[in-house]
Design a protein around this ligand. Structure first.
Ligand code: NAD
Ligand code: TYD
Length: 354
């Protein structure tokens, strides 16, 4: 089996669902259930013995050591993190706690466990760290896309904390020989995305007849990847990635934010026309820019294609249409997230003892 951390969050829950669908190997899912953790995303696994949920912190050495000893995973996939840039600007402390100190403690526990393994189990063990393209900093329009050997130049407390964790992962390989893999992925979107991030926020606000807030001039560029493609990339890196290497993962979909917002409005105009008439684009509102806002991210994903044969299955057009449709079909999920109810029912309905 494998140990997944942060498997109740946006990407982690998509990964757990995908993993069990794709190969059925059991998953132990360790998640602290911060505001971003939502076990309702995994409700379809309620009676699936291949999924064991454990409510806890990656920074709890005793708990993690116990889990490793009890379940003897062949790999750890570390999604657990604080992930929202705007929150990191307002309160960076939890980003340092989880992304830096928590990752360090998880690495320590993994090292202790791996040290005691022998033979094929030891050779086959992997620690896969899920990271972001934001560690590379900001590009100007003519710059080449980020490659794996780009300098780290993180600009927000979020990206700095992720950069720190990437460095620790690297160091545990070089110093102790821990068999690590790191993926640096661009912006994801898709089902179960918490509606504080741009794409789900715009969909949800549009339907609620609220303003669609665009920071600054809306010309900041991100490289968007459908979450299912990120999951398949992680599966592939875990399967065949070279130990100690990093792999950039991206969708070759560079788009300015304003274009993303306009695309969502056009899809909603088609799929759920406004009751009052007119276009959802009328709700677009330019607001004060984010401090230190990175202007452009772009991923050069040639290494993972060349070495591991991975490429995304979705284009932005197919992925964004699926995503908008998913939110239209899951108004109840949105409503429970927004009201906070998702935090109440999960423990009672789902949680099992470690
Ligand atoms: P998310 O915020 O939706 O989910 C994070 C999950 O981690 C939540 O379930 C939360 O409860 C859990 N968690 C937080 N602190 C924890 C702790 N101390 N111990 C155990 N669990 C804890 O984040 P996401 O968007 O799913 O991102 C997952 C990972 O992927 C993160 O490491 C993030 O940096 C990385 N990433 C995200 C994106 C993106 O576009 N969202 C892109 C590239 C990389
Ligand atoms: P976000 O989804 O927060 O991801 P990240 O900051 O990790 O890239 O934001 C994506 C882009 O959208 C980013 O350039 C900030 C911008 N943005 C807005 O313009 N308005 C918003 O309300 C939000 C949340 C983000």
């Amino acid at each position: 089996m494998i140990l997944v951390t942060g498997g109740a969050g946006f990407i982690g829950s998509n990964f757990v669902l995908d993993w069990l669908r794709a190969n059925g190997e059991a998953v132990v899912n360790l998640d602290k259930l911060t505001y971003a953790g939502n076990l309702e995303n995994l409700a379809s696994l309620k009676n699936n013995p291949g999924h064991v949920f454990v409510h806890g912190d990656i920074g709890d050495p005793k708990l993690v050591a116990e889990l490793l000893t009890r379940h003897r995973p062949r790999a750890i996939v570390n999604f657990a993190a604080e992930s929202h840039v705007d929150r990191s600007i307002h309160s960076p402390g939890s980003f340092i706690e989880t992304n830096v100190v928590g990752s360090f403690r998880l690495l320590e526990a993994a090292r202790g466990y791996w040290d005691a393994l022998q033979g094929a189990q030891k050779d086959g063990f992997r620690f896969l760290h899920v990271s972001t393209d934001e560690v590379y900093g900001s590009l100007t329009p003519g710059d080449a896309a980020f490659r794996e050997d780009n300098r780290y130049e993180p600009n927000s407390p979020y990206s700095a904390s992720k950069a720190a964790s990437d460095h620790l992962v690297r160091a545990y390989h070089h110093t102790y020989g821990l068999p690590v893999l790191t993926t640096n992925c661009s912006n994801n979107y898709g089902p179960y995305h918490f509606p504080e991030k741009l794409i789900p926020l715009v969909i949800v606000n549009a339907l609620a007849d609220k303003p669609l807030p665009v920071y600054g001039d809306g010309m900041q560029i991100r490289d968007w990847l459908y979450v299912g493609d990120h999951c398949s990339a992680i599966r592939r890196v875990l399967e065949a990635g070279r130990v100690g290497e990093t792999y950039n993962v991206g969708g070759w979909n560079e788009k300015p934010n304003i274009e993303i917002v306009q695309t969502i409005c056009a899809l909603l105009d088609e799929l759920r026309p406004r009751v009052a008439g007119g276009s959802y684009a009328q709700q677009i509102t330019y607001v004060k820019d984010r401090p230190g806002h990175d202007r452009r991210y772009a991923i050069d994903a040639r290494k993972i294609k060349r070495e591991l044969g991975w490429k995304p299955a979705e284009t932005f057009e197919t992925g964004i249409r699926k995503t908008v449709q998913w939110y239209l079909d899951h108004g109840d999920w949105v409503q429970r997230v927004q009201s906070g109810v998702y935090r109440e029912w999960i423990a009672a309905q789902y949680e099992r003892a470690a």
